[in-house]
Each structure stands twice: as structure tokens, then as C-alpha cells.
Design a protein around this ligand. Structure first.
Ligand code: AMP
Length: 310
């Protein structure tokens, strides 16, 4: 496990960093996840070079003993994941209630909302008047996809299977820096993206390959399938996969071998990557390393050429 030893980095030696409650000052609510509310906050004494810094804090209220255990396990896991395309985890605050996890603040929010706000019909207000904003370019889309693939190459190198890769679980910082940002905590807000089986289990079936749907088998190869769906989300400006179908219809469709159609603005080269992710046989799928390499190469292609292909 490689650990960043730069002085700005408070988490060392893989131990979960503990942050004092009085060092966290909440500013406003950012959103809500299955765990609890997410707030923008100022955190003191986190960085040796800065007196205070903006952070995002996730709260867990009235935790039961088992929820506390899950929280602790999650914190240990997050402490060990460190990469430029994984949202930075700073530590926990467990003195009292609610339990808190402290993350780097990503000022442009989740990638799904970000994409939807940049689609063909997106409007902005100029001098109080609504104006058409203009779509995101294909090179920008490739850039976003390449960053997520880079984070996934790292996760695969750590033998970490995410199980819930989707644009709603990626976050966008300044300069369209994109990071994988959620490890199983977003199921409430986007509840229609999940399918409830039995009592509590919620499954993101629209992002899952046949073997995960049928046998609950999750592997690095099933994460690759989900990456194909992420690519589709990016090139449709954040549409929900199979939006025209009900959950039961989606299950039938995927298990029968149907795949999502090529989005209107998607170059053939990119759709070929999606098809490489959606091979029925997990071993036949592209590897995330190959996907990352292909995307990087495509990103160097002339933007005009890509736009003609699209
Ligand atoms: P989550 O519980 O991770 O799904 O978070 C719920 C919402 O809070 C997300 O959809 C984001 O809009 C926001 N959020 C979560 N984490 C961050 C972060 N690190 N920086 C900025 N916004 C965040």
C-alpha cells in the first residue's frame, strides 16, 4: 500500500485519523445520502500549512452498535485508498453524536447532476434571463471518462471491487477534476436507480452485468461493465440507463443479452469501448488498464475529428 507522505497529508501509517468535534464548523447542507446528511464545513488543524480548510462531512445520526461497526470498517477502508482520482478521506469524528466522516470538498458536486446541467437543453441565467448554455464537447467527455478509468485502475490494483460505480457516485472539483467519491452511501437520493430485493438490499441493477444480477457475483470485471454504463451516462449527459423500462423489464433485458444503444453524440470508437465492457463473459471484457489506455489515446485525437465522428 503506498501512502502519500507529503506534509499536507494528515493521514499516515494507515491508521484512521481522529478529528476533534470542536475543529469542525458546519456551514451548509450539501446533500443527503443513505448514511445521513452531507455538509460543507470548515475544519481547523487539519493541514499543517493552513489554519482551516473547507471539507465535506458525512454524518451518521443515532448509530446502533452494528452501524458503528460498519462506520469504523468503512473508515479503515477509506484510509487505505489514496489516489488522485479517489476523493480524499481525512478522518472521523467519533466523540459523541452524530458520527462524522471528513472528506475533501468537491465544489461542483456529483457527476450526474454536473452532466445533466450541461446537456443540450441546459439553460443558464445571464443578466437574469435564461439562455441556452451550449453542450459539453466530446473531448471534455473523454477527459472525464479517462479520469474515472484512472481511479478504477488504482482500485483494481488494490483488489478493491467497488460494486456501485455510476456517475452519481463520482464527484467533480474545480477545473473539472473528477474523482470516484462514494463507497456505498448514496442510495437514498437516487433511490430510483436502485432495485430493492428482500428487505434492505438495494441493487443498482441498471449498472450491473448478468452475473451480478443472477448470482450476486461482483468482481473487477463487473466493475468494468459498470464503467461501460458510466461512459453511456457521460455521452447522454446523465440520462438514466434504460430510462424507458421498469426494473423488472431491465432485469429481463440485461439477462437476455440486450445492451444500451449508442448515444447520439457518441463516436464509434467510444461505443466500441462500451461494447468491450458489456461482453457477456466476464473474461472477454476489456481490462480497465486497456480501457484507460484507449481513452487516453482518443483524448489526444483532434477534437474536430472526434466531433465529426460523433
Ligand atoms: P452521498 O451521501 O455521498 O451520496 O452524498 C450526497 C450528496 O452530497 C452528493 O450527491 C453530493 O451532491 C454531495 N456530496 C457528497 N460528498 C461531497 C463532497 N466530498 N464534496 C461536495 N459535495 C459532496
Amino acid at each position: 500500500m503506498s501512502i502519500c507522505n507529503c506534509p499536507c497529508d494528515p493521514v499516515l501509517f494507515n491508521d484512521v485519523q481522529h478529528i476533534k468535534r470542536r475543529d469542525i464548523v458546519l456551514k451548509r447542507e450539501l446533500g443527503e445520502g443513505a448514511f445521513g446528511k452531507v455538509f460543507l464545513a470548515e475544519c481547523y488543524n487539519l493541514s499543517p500549512t493552513k489554519d482551516k480548510m473547507l471539507v465535506a462531512v458525512k454524518t451518521l445520526k443515532d448509530a446502533t452498535v452494528s452501524a458503528r461497526k460498519d462506520f469504523q470498517r468503512e473508515a479503515e477502508l477509506l484510509t487505505n485508498l489514496r489516489h488522485e482520482h479517489i476523493v480524499k478521506f481525512y478522518g472521523v469524528c467519533v466523540d459523541g453524536d452524530p458520527l462524522i466522516m471528513v472528506f475533501e470538498y468537491m465544489k461542483n458536486g456529483d457527476l450526474n447532476k454536473f452532466l445533466r446541467a450541461r446537456g443540450p437543453d441546459a439553460m443558464i441565467l445571464v443578466d437574469g434571463q435564461p439562455r441556452l448554455k451550449g453542450e459539453m464537447s466530446i473531448s471534455q467527455m473523454l477527459n472525464i471518462a479517462t479520469q474515472i478509468a484512472s481511479g478504477m485502475v488504482y482500485l483494481a490494483s488494490q483488489h478493491f471491487v467497488h460494486r456501485d460505480l455510476a456517475t452519481r457516485n463520482c464527484l467533480v472539483g474545480g477545473n473539472v477534476q473528477v474523482k470516484i467519491g462514494d463507497f456505498g452511501m448514496s442510495r437514498d437520493v437516487y433511490s430510483t436507480d436502485y432495485y430493492r430485493v428482500g428487505g434492505h438490499t438495494m441493487l443498482p441493477i441498471r449498472w450491473m452485468p448478468p452475473e451480478s444480477i443472477m448470482y450476486r457475483k461482483f468482481t473487477t470485471e463487473s466493475d468494468v461493465w459498470s464503467f461501460g454504463v458510466i461512459l453511456w451516462e457521460i455521452f447522454t449527459y446523465g440520462k438514466q440507463p434504460w430510462f424507458q423500462l421498469s426494473n423488472n423489464e431491465v432485469i429481463e433485458c440485461i439477462t437476455q443479452g440486450r445492451v444500451l444503444e449508442r448515444p447520439r453524440v457518441c463516436p464509434k470508437e467510444v461505443y466500441d469501448i462500451m461494447l468491450g465492457c458489456w461482453q457477456r463473459e466476464p473474461q472477454q471484457r476489456l481490462s480497465i488498464k486497456d480501457i484507460h489506455r484507449i481513452l487516453q489515446a482518443l483524448g489526444k485525437t483532434s477534437p474536430i475529428y472526434l466531433d465529426i465522428l460523433g
